[in-house]
Each structure stands twice: as structure tokens, then as C-alpha cells.
Design a protein around this ligand. Sequence first.
Ligand SMILES: C[S@@+](CC[C@H](N)C(=O)[O-])C[C@H]1O[C@@H](n2cnc3c(N)ncnc32)[C@H](O)[C@@H]1O
Ligand SMILES: [Zn+2]
Length: 415
Amino acid sequence: MPDTRLVERWLPIAEIGIESMRERGSMTALPATYYLHVWWARRPLVACRAAILASLLRSDVDRERFLSVLGILGDPVVAKERIAAASRNGERLADGGFGYARAFGYSPSESERDWVAANTVGSAVVLDPTAGGGSVPFEAVRLGLQAEANDLNAVAALLEYATFDWPVRHGLAVLDEFKELAMAFVSRAESGYEGVFPAEPEDVLISGYLWARTIACPYCAGLVPLSPNWRLASGGLGVRLVPQLGGGPGTEGRACAFEIVEAVEQQSEGTVARGDGLCPYSDCRRQIKGDEIKAQAQAGRMGEQLYAVVYKQRVIVKTKTGRKREKWVRGYRAPRPEDDNSAQIQAALDEKLPEWGAFDFVPSERIRKATRPQNPSATACPCGATCSRPANCCATAPAWRCSGRCSKRTVPRAN
Ligand SMILES: C[S@@+](CC[C@H](N)C(=O)[O-])C[C@H]1O[C@@H](n2cnc3c(N)ncnc32)[C@H](O)[C@@H]1O
Ligand SMILES: [Zn+2]
């Protein structure tokens, strides 16, 4: 069976799955490629490496060697069971439970790359025509293979150059060039941002402003911030809405203030579920139909409201050896009046827009109103709804797998 590839016979899905979860599990120690720029739907590197390798290698290669080229240098399935048992007993495992570093950090050695070349069926060029953030070509390059990448989005294409094309061509000189350009960019951006964000104490860095879309309640005229829940972090931290009733239903001044709370029970109930809204004002509390929300959005009447500010604060902690160490701790606060500088921003925009328009920095072409194209794969359900995911549709799948889009489904739930 000279042309049979490993993937046709075997793929250690459980191991690759666990390593992919490990790769994405940390918010602060992601693969270096992530830090170049955000890209949507980046694929885990370990899964990409496995897919490339298993598609190229002969089916009879040494499977242990395959796993070690992937960087899976232990048994993640056993490790996961050990971790689960420890957590049931309230124990913490000293080495995190795995006993080896996360697989994506492992770069195949020269002898492993030679092994890949020697066991590859034919001569391979890895092509990813929709490469996005570049996980597939990046891993192909790490395996010593020739790679071709493409994307119709110019940002993705630039990312691909920076992730593997320039480093391969120019080596570490790219890093020096990047640092120089980044510093020049930051110093220009910093002066441009002056006064745009509200001032903060020196030991506080803002990480983000959390906004909710708003509509006006059609029954009481209150401003309704929409969110399916008001959770901010695990462990109960969240937001409580404090609706200001003004002079009662229909009067002006009905808006919500916000408080940060520490327990799940203190958090407010979500104000939108399955497309319908719920008015949070105690003298109304009516359900707002999804069609009403859509109508306000289409009429340009949907607004937004800041409901929380995420920050990091510098604190000094003592290490086990008694030394002082600086640490940045994440926190959340309710919005303050000075956070709302929209009038100031609008004034700055009004001043700048004519100049930006003259230089054609801002697109000003009219966009023709288009009707939404019909999804060619949409399937009509027996219930009368149209589902864009036929595999999950109750027309073709058991009811329990229905995506929920077929909201009118009448098919009984399977046992
Ligand atoms: C899911 S992302 C790819 C993610 C990538 N595998 C990674 O790990 O970052 C899909 C990419 O396909 C690109 N794309 C979609 N249609 C395309 C087309 N017709 N030609 C080229 N690229 C396309 C999109 O711009 C997007 O970057
Ligand atoms: Zn209301």
C-alpha cells in the first residue's frame, strides 16, 4: 500500500483534542502567532500540524514518533483523567498534571524534519488557499515543508507574510525591523490618543470598555440595555442594573445605572433571550418582541450604553522568598460620568472629517441597499421554518440535534 497515508488509517483524535484545548486554555500564554494580530477562527497549531503530517506520512510510520513530532511528549488522555480525579479530591497537581509542556511550543528537531521528509509520500507542497492567520502554512514551515498560502483579505495576507514568509526569508532581522516600526507607531498613536480616553490613576491600565446595545421599551419608553446575562467573570462577578424610573412609564429620564456585584444571585437577569427583550423597569417588566428590536435597529434607533470598565491595577505582592514583586490584577468598575466623552469625540470628529474626506481616508460612497441573498443550502423544515444548517435541522436530523433555529419545530424530542 505505497500511497496510503497515515490519516487514512489512524489519527489520535483524543490526544490532539486535549492538546488543542491546552493550547487555547490560557488567556495569557497563547502561541506567539496570536500576538502579531487578532485573527478570527485561528486553528490550533497542534491540530494543524497533525493534519499536515498525517496527510503526508505513509500509513505504516512509527506512531510514537508521530506523536513526539507533534510535541505530545506524554499521555494527555491519562493526564486528563488524573487531573479530573485530583480536582474531584480538591487536590492540585504540582506539574499541572501533564508532566510535559504544551505541544504547540515544541519545534520539531532537524532529525525529526529529516524523518518527515524520508517518510512523506511523494514530494509535498502544502497549500492553504484560505489561510487566514496562517496556522497551516506556519506549521508546514516548522516541519521543514514548502508552503503556499493565500487569502482574499488583505489583513490576513499581511499577517501571513509577517508570520512565516519574512521570517523564513530574512531571519531575525524581521524582529529588529518590527520593534523599530512598532515603537514609531506607538509614539505617534500615543500623542494621537491624548485626551480621547478619560484620565486614570498611574497604577491603572484600562483593558476595555464593555458596551451593551440599547433600545427604547415600546411600552414605557425606558432605555433597555440588551445582554443575555450580566456576568463579567467566573465566580459570581457581574453587573446589577439599577433602573431609574423617572416620572413613571412614558416619561423622560428612564435609563439604567450599573453596579458591580460579587455574587451570581446579585446579578440582574438578562434582558434578551432568543431574540426577545425583557424590560428591566419594575413598573413595566414587559416582554419586547424580537421584531420590535429589529425594527428599531433597522430604523437606526438602536443605541449603545457603557455598562462596565475592565482595568488592570498594579499591586505589589510578596513572593515566597519575601521579595516584593509587581503584579497587574484585573478588576471591573461601574461607569463614571467622566467615562462618557462622546460629545467631545463627536466634536473632534466633526472637526477632522472634512479633512479626512478630502484626502479620501474615509469611504464616503453610497452603499446600495441590498437584499440578503438566500442561503443556497437553506432547507425548509417540516415545521415551516428555514434552517441554514441542514445537518442540524429537524428536517434531516433527530429533533434533539436541531440547532434551535427551527423555532417552530413540531417534531417531538427523541429519547
Ligand atoms: C476560518 S479562516 C482561516 C483560519 C486559518 N486556518 C487560521 O488558522 O488562522 C477562513 C479564511 O478564509 C478566507 N477566505 C474566504 N473566502 C476566500 C476566498 N474565496 N479566497 C481566499 N480566501 C478566502 C477568509 O478571509 C478567512 O481569512
Ligand atoms: Zn418597559
